[in-house]
Design a protein around this ligand. Structure first.
Ligand code: MN
Length: 282
């Protein structure tokens, strides 16, 4: 109906440029009106970032990333009587964060996080929920059949969109041992089957995969062929990953828009990010 409205206007105005401008202006106004009325909700998909945020562990002899360390510069004292502020020390891949293509060997020399075009970080989101399967089996891997089943029910994957893999794993984030689930010596967390990761990266218009675990790959991912296939195929295709998402129960299977906002870190292989969804409320 909105499309027809815009079209009618362009006929009356008798100018293509005018109609495009009108259309754009209306789209933003419509969104603002939706936000003001509550017809559009903003849902925070970001985990709080603190010194107790659980951090990915790589096996010996590889070097691990450091979690957040916050050091006071001044706190309304002799060092700065009218202000409080802190220094931050943290790895790029800590908490809810974006993986840029150059993070992985398959994307070596590719986009750094500062070069990722913003339109690629704003787009339609589809949420595939396998919480029940993961409750039965923490090593559960999303398959091509799972995605095809979703498509049969909800329609095609959106070009330029993000596939969000909901597993309920965010409920464990308060306890690092539960979240990393590596008491046995190897991590047991859900992920995506290698052939499914390859298919999404190479055969679909999906630009990014979002997960609720500490990394985009399964805990057993390092043992797969290739190791860490989500990293390998997605970043190798110049695409992206986002980890440690929460509040996905507030996002519908289709119809939401995701915004991924990492730091514009020059040379960065990734960055902590604020991730949010615009969700229609009807
Ligand atoms: Mn990462």
């Amino acid at each position: 109906m909105k499309g027809e409205h815009v079209k009618r206007k362009s006929t009356q105005l008798n100018g293509v440029e005018m109609s495009i401008e009108t259309n754009r202006s209306n789209a933003v106004q419509d969104l603002l009106a939706g936000l003001a009325s509550g017809a559009v909700d903003v849902v925070d998909l970001t985990q709080p970032l603190s010194e107790s945020t659980p951090v990915m562990r790589v096996p010996e002899p590889f070097v691990n990333v450091s979690g957040l360390k916050m050091t006071e510069i001044s706190n309304f004292d002799d060092r700065g009587p009218r202000w409080t502020w802190n220094h931050l020390e943290l790895g790029e891949h800590v908490g809810t964060h974006l993986d840029a293509p150059r993070h992985w060997i398959s994307g070596k020399g590719g986009e750094d996080v500062a070069s990722v075009p913003l339109p690629r970080l704003v787009g339609p989101a589809v949420v595939i929920d396998r919480t029940a399967k993961v409750e039965e089996n923490p090593d559960y891997l999303l398959t091509i059949d799972d995605v095809q089943e979703f498509i049969a029910e909800h329609g095609p994957l959106p070009d330029g969109g993000w596939l969000i893999y909901r597993t309920g794993w965010d409920k464990r984030v308060h306890d690092e041992s539960l979240f990393l689930n590596n008491a046995s010596g190897s991590a047991r967390t859900p992920g995506i089957a290698p052939e499914c990761a390859k298919w999404i990266a190479q055969e679909t218009g999906i630009l990014g995969i979002g997960v609720q675990t500490v990394g985009t790959d399964a805990g057993a991912g390092p043992t797969f062929d290739p190791p860490a296939p989500v990293h390998y195929y997605m970043l190798g295709a110049g695409k992206y990953g986002v980890t440690s998402l929460t509040n996905l129960e507030q996002v519908p299977a289709t119809g939401a828009m995701i915004i991924v906002a990492p730091l514009r870190l020059v040379g960065g292989s990734g960055s902590p990010a604020r991730v949010m969804a615009l969700v229609p409320r009807t």
